[in-house]
Design a protein. Structure first.
Length: 93
């Protein structure tokens, strides 16, 4: 169960990072940061950098890996499944 929980947690981080950095749904938040701090500021860089953002999202893996109860893994599986579905959809021709 720990291996499955770890995989689900990693996929969850990938999806949440993409949601915050690239998805259209959060474009307002990124525009607000750029407007408030400036285009060349560190906060503006941070909200557009997937490597940077993933460092702040990755602590969410801790409860999933340390407490791999079915309900904890199920909650993390929602964004994980979304990431897998998006990946597979992008491969369709």
């Amino acid at each position: 169960m720990i291996a499955l929980a770890t995989l689900v947690a990693f996929l969850m981080v990938a999806r949440l990072t993409r949601l915050l950095v690239e998805d259209r749904l959060t474009v307002g938040y990124r525009r607000w940061v750029v407007k408030k701090y400036g285009k060349d500021s560190m906060p503006a860089y941070f909200v557009h950098c997937p490597w940077c953002m993933s460092m702040w999202v990755s602590p969410l893996t801790v409860p999933v890996i340390l407490f791999p109860y079915p309900w904890v893994v199920a909650i993390a599986a929602v964004p994980a499944a979304s990431y897998v579905a998006g990946f597979l959809a992008s491969r369709e021709q």
